[in-house]
Design a protein. Structure first.
Length: 228
């Protein structure tokens, strides 16, 4: 049985607002984040889901419960948390200023300081950017591309196992992880550096086939763009 997967990025958090690196560390949803999520939740309120899942980070858990509470047609029990769908891990950079972090990673990639993440990725590519993140991290704990790719495969395999009898599920994850999934599984995109970072509360849809293959068919839809 095919499973339609609605990937939702969590709402804006305090770290998002303060321009801080937020991978495995956490911060609460902001008032704006909750208000934006309500728009997404209302857009999906009449969509039937067999189940709902989330990353095990609190910002994702709070988001999925809001989606559950607004939905008028689904009967969802206990939400299962899936650690494999956590955000990308940035090691020692967690909680640091984003612009300063990208600058250090750019230097590790052999570029001049002061570049943002889009400029770095466009210049050196995703794989070298991820490796530069690990190299620039004093403790070398940040995930590189091989580690992220392996975790994405585990995430999809686990979701396939859990949802094999479910026709449609909602899953709350994180911006960089959802974008990484798009780089790997969105066949519509020809240039990985042109894939925009998903908005808070955005909707990305994928199809999980009976044999476990995964394909993204819609990416980074706003609530106003979503048609039931």
């Amino acid at each position: 049985m095919k499973t339609e997967v609605y990937l939702i990025r969590h709402g804006e958090t305090m770290f998002n607002q303060l321009n801080k690196v937020q991978g495995w560390c956490d911060s609460p949803l902001t008032v704006r984040g909750i208000d934006d999520l309500k728009k997404t939740a209302k857009a999906l309120s009449q969509v039937y889901f067999d189940n709902m899942y989330s990353s095990d980070l609190k910002r994702a858990i709070d988001t999925v419960h809001l989606m559950k509470n607004f939905n008028q047609v689904s009967e969802i029990g206990k939400i299962r948390k899936l650690p494999e769908f956590r955000e990308v891990f940035f090691g020692s950079f967690e909680g640091d200023d984003i612009d300063e972090t990208w600058s250090q990673i750019g230097i590790a990639a052999g570029l001049k300081p002061g570049l943002d993440v889009e400029q770095i990725v466009k210049t050196v590519g995703v794989e070298k950017f991820r490796q530069a993140s690990k190299d620039a991290d004093p403790r070398h704990l940040a995930e590189n591309k091989a580690e992220i790719d392996a975790r994405m495969k585990r995430a999809i395999a686990n979701l396939h196992h859990l949802s094999k009898d479910e026709g449609r599920v909602l899953l709350v994850s994180h911006g960089d992880f959802i974008k990484s999934l798009a780089v790997q599984y969105w066949i519509k995109s020809d240039h990985v550096h042109d894939i925009a970072f998903p908005d808070n509360g955005s909707i990305t849809r994928g199809i999980l086939s009976e044999n476990g293959d995964f394909e993204i068919i819609d990416y980074n839809l706003k609530a106003s763009e979503f048609n039931i």
